[in-house]
Design a protein around this ligand. Structure first.
Ligand code: FES
Length: 165
């Protein structure tokens, strides 16, 4: 039994194939453009000099600010993002804590509530953390504060990427 291709079928296949080829040529760059930021590798975490000498870090948390230039998908603020860290020495080790409460993301402050001296306090729902960022049991935060990587170079404190807990 011979399988002849009719003129109509031939035209359908040829035009269909050509249309598909042209459509894929148009669609590929569009899809690539749409997902490009996701495909790019993130910038390696930089360390920031926060204008703090190692010798100035004590057991009383100090607030430092620094500007992070980072791209997160399409989020890429041209002037960067100002971040805050609380830098403190705990048992000889320098740590830098994120001020973002692990309950619902409000901002914590050191020693800001006279009822809870020497603790980080979150005013939103009375969340509390010890000096090393550990959440006080029985308060809303379920986890300790996140920490930034820290290193000391030439006697100066450098703050690196955030390490999520
Ligand atoms: S957001 Fe901090 S205690 Fe709720």
């Amino acid at each position: 039994m011979s399988k002849k291709v009719s003129r109509r079928q031939f035209l359908t296949y040829t035009l269909g194939g050509t249309a598909g080829f042209l459509a894929s040529g148009m669609l590929f760059p569009m899809v690539r453009f749409a997902i490009d930021p996701i495909l790019r590798k993130g910038e390696k975490g930089n360390f920031h000099d926060v204008n703090l000498k190692e010798s100035e870090v004590t057991d009383i948390p100090k607030q430092v600010k620094f500007t992070e230039h980072r791209k997160d998908g399409w989020y890429n603020p041209p002037k960067g993002e100002t971040l805050t860290a609380w830098v403190v020495r705990v048992k000889g080790e320098i740590i830098a804590l994120s001020p973002i409460c692990k309950h619902l993301g409000c901002t914590v402050n050191w020693n800001s509530n006279p009822m809870y001296k020497n603790e980080f306090f979150c005013p939103c729902h009375f969340g509390r953390y010890y000096k090393d960022g550990t959440n006080v049991p029985g308060t809303p935060p379920p986890k300790p504060l996140d920490r930034y990587e820290v290193k000391v170079e030439n006697g100066r404190v450098l703050i690196g990427p955030l390490q999520k807990t």
